[in-house]
Structures are given as structure tokens and as C-alpha cells.
Design a binder for this molecule. Sequence first.
Ligand SMILES: NC(=O)c1ccc[n+]([C@@H]2O[C@H](COP(=O)([O-])OP(=O)(O)OC[C@H]3O[C@@H](n4cnc5c(N)ncnc54)[C@H](O)[C@@H]3O)[C@@H](O)[C@H]2O)c1
Length: 436
Amino acid sequence: MRVAMIGTGYVGLVSGACFADFGHEVTCVDKDAGKIDALTRGEMPIYEPGLNDLVAINARAGRLKFTTDLAPAVKAADAVFIAVGTPARRGDGYADLSFVYDAAREIARALDGFTVVITKSTVPVGTGDEVERIIRETRPGADCAVVSNPEFLREGAAIRDFKHPDRIVVGTTEPRAREVMTELYRPLYLNRAPIMFTDRRTAELIKYAANAFLATKITFINEIADLAEKVGADVQEVARGIGLDNRIGAKFLHAGPGFGGSCFPKDTVALLKTGQDNAAPLRIVEAVVAVNEARKRAMARKVAHALGGELRGKTVAVLGLTFKPNTDDMREAPSIPLITALQDLGAKVRAYDPIGMEQAKQMMDNVTFCNDAYSCAEGASALVIVTEWEQFRALDFDRLKQVMQRPVLVDLRNIYRPEEIARHGFEYESVGRAKR
Ligand SMILES: NC(=O)c1ccc[n+]([C@@H]2O[C@H](COP(=O)([O-])OP(=O)(O)OC[C@H]3O[C@@H](n4cnc5c(N)ncnc54)[C@H](O)[C@@H]3O)[C@@H](O)[C@H]2O)c1
């Protein structure tokens, strides 16, 4: 099948490369000429494990092309995916759909023959109806079907997630579109990945409901962590104890500094707006958003607490800045409000991230960026692990002790065991594990 992928970001590039790897002919389109130029030279505009090779192999085989020119790519395509950004709209938190609607208008002008237009971007219920309306208004008589096919991949494991999804959700009741979607995903279908066909609005809501549910799980365990600290329990054990129950499941029960990233923060708020507009308020999600927001600054108070309550004039070293490991994505990373709050409390901040440093530099002021964990820790009164990159899981504590002002570790991801850290002569603070 011939595929045009409109938007070559974290989702568009991975999806495009994977579809090409399945054997489809894919053209990835982006209006950012810098991105397309880089990709044409074989350079990745984002960090995602395995992506470089996947793109190189498929580009070399002639199945994956990059362009800024949308019209010819759409004209030739059987299937056109919209994978542009849907950030939170400034001021009110609604999903900003202007990129989706602009893309729909451009696509409409270029359609040629029966084409399936598929929204892969995360969009509120009813957006597919509006995309269809825009296309019909721009090109009356265009032969096309508008389908919802939300994406569930996770950055850092995106290729694996795309190729081995728990499920593929397709929102369409149009038989010809159903045929095209089945053909596109046939290689996964053969691997028995369940394809769920449903109507378009239901597919759109599934994506938001999934993200809101996962955000709820994280926030739930974070609140249980706070309680565990107060009552002398261990949240890791609580999570294990409840996660072994199949009805609950062990995933997304890791207590930490609160969720961030390019999806959960904006998608939970956008879902609240949909709820309000439809007189169906989502009280649980409202609480999740509020609790998570408050948690970010609370983590700075945790650091202050580890240092006896006072941060003024002290140096704090922060390890890990991206919103999670194995990505360079800094969107809504918990490190950002944490560092601001540490600075508000008077701390000087040093920071290190294995991959996200360039992105972080554009988003943070008055931070000393360092080349590795050990130079970051120099002169610090506390070392704070914010993102659990693999390289932080086996730190040389003797070396750290030599360079730090005071041996204090605040582990916001619970990657170490308290007794192990105590053996190294460090004071240790983690999340949801009371000091005994
Ligand atoms: N990042 C994730 O992990 C993830 C996971 C699932 C779903 N999603 C959803 O997928 C969508 C895309 O997210 P992303 O992280 O890939 O965004 P992104 O910002 O990385 O990429 C979007 C790209 O679209 C391009 N673009 C915008 N308008 C365009 C147009 N008219 N023509 C051509 N290109 C255009 C931009 O230049 C940008 O490169 C969002 O709706 C997001 O919520 C993201």
C-alpha cells in the first residue's frame, strides 16, 4: 500500500518507518524543512532506540521517503495518516486542533481517487467528524473515508510497541476503509495483535480513556506512597502486593515524582474539557490532574527535608532531565518544575542527562549543565535522581562521596534499596518508603 504520513515527529516517524518495514511504500511529510533535510541526510531529529537503523534500512530499500511537499505524497497515497501535534491550547487547556485541521485542508486539496484519511494524532471526540466536514467543504465530491486510529506507542520503546501492540484500535464503519486498514496492519494481524474495529467517536474516546486511566494508576500509587511514608509502610511492597492481583495488574504502579511527558498532562486536561462541554464532568480525572500538579513542587520540599529543611545557598545535583529514560523528550518533564522549585527555595542547581541535555538547555535557566553524573555531583549537598536512566542504576558511591559536599541521595524513582545506600554511608530519601 502507498502511505503518506503527515507529521514526522515521535509518532509519525516511528509509524512511518514501521509501516515501511512491513513492506508498504511510505512518504513521511513534515513542514519543518530542517527535520526533513536531516532525515534525508540519514540523521534522526529525535532520539528513539533502534530508529536510526530502521529508517536507514527502509530508506535504502526505497520504501521510506521524506519530503516537505504534501501534495504529491497525498495524491499517490491509498492511506494518509495525520500524525501532527495536538498540544494543549494556551490559556484554556483544550487540545489545539489547528495543526490537524490545517493538515486536513491541505490533504483535501491533493486527494486523488479513493483515499482513507486516518487520524493518528490524539484528538478529542468529534474531531474525525470535523476533519470529514473540512475535507468535504474543501473538495466536494472527494472520494475518501475518515478513520480514527489512535496510537498507543510509548517513547523509549516505540518501535517495539508499534510492532507488538496490545491492540490496534480502528474507528470506522466504512467497509472500504476497513479493508484498507486491515491490509495496512496485516503483518501485525498475522502476529495475532488484536484489531478492534469500532465507530470513530468510540475510537477517539478509547485513547483518552486509556491515558486517563494510566495517569490515574500512577497518581493513585503516588498518594499511597505519601501515606506509606507517614505510617511506616513500604510502597514498593504495597504495589507488588496489589499488582499481583490480575484485576489490578503490576504496571503503572511505580511511585515517583508525578507523571509528565508529551501525552498524559495534555490528554488528561483535554479529556476534562470534553467532559465539561458535554455535561459529564470527570471528577476522578480532575483529582488526578490536581494531585499530580501539586506533587511536582512537593518533590522539591522532599529534597529540602532531606537536608534538614533549608536549601538556601546549597548546591543540588539533579540526575535525569527527560520525562522518562530512553527519550530526548523534555515536554512537561517533572524535572522542570522540580528545578524551578529548588531554585525558588534558594538552591543552586547542577544537572546532567545522558541524552536530553540540548533540549533541556532551551527550557531551563541558571542551571549548570555537566558532562556526567560525577561532575554533576561536585560540591553538591544532595544528589537527586529524577529520571531512571540505566547508567544511574549502578553509581559508584565511593567516588560520589569524594566529590560531594554531603553524602545525601534523594531517589525519586526508588531505584536503590535503602540498606544498600546506607552501607555506602549515604543518607537516603526515596518515595513511599519510611525511614526505619
Ligand atoms: N509522543 C508520543 O509518545 C505519543 C504517543 C501516542 C500518541 N501521540 C499523539 O500523536 C500526535 C503527534 O505527537 P508527536 O509527539 O509525534 O508530535 P511531534 O511534535 O513530535 O510531531 C508533530 C510533527 O508534525 C509536524 N506538522 C505539524 N503540522 C503539519 C502539517 N500541516 N504538515 C506537515 N507536518 C506538520 C510538525 O512539524 C512536527 O514535526 C499527538 O497528537 C500526540 O498526542 C504521541
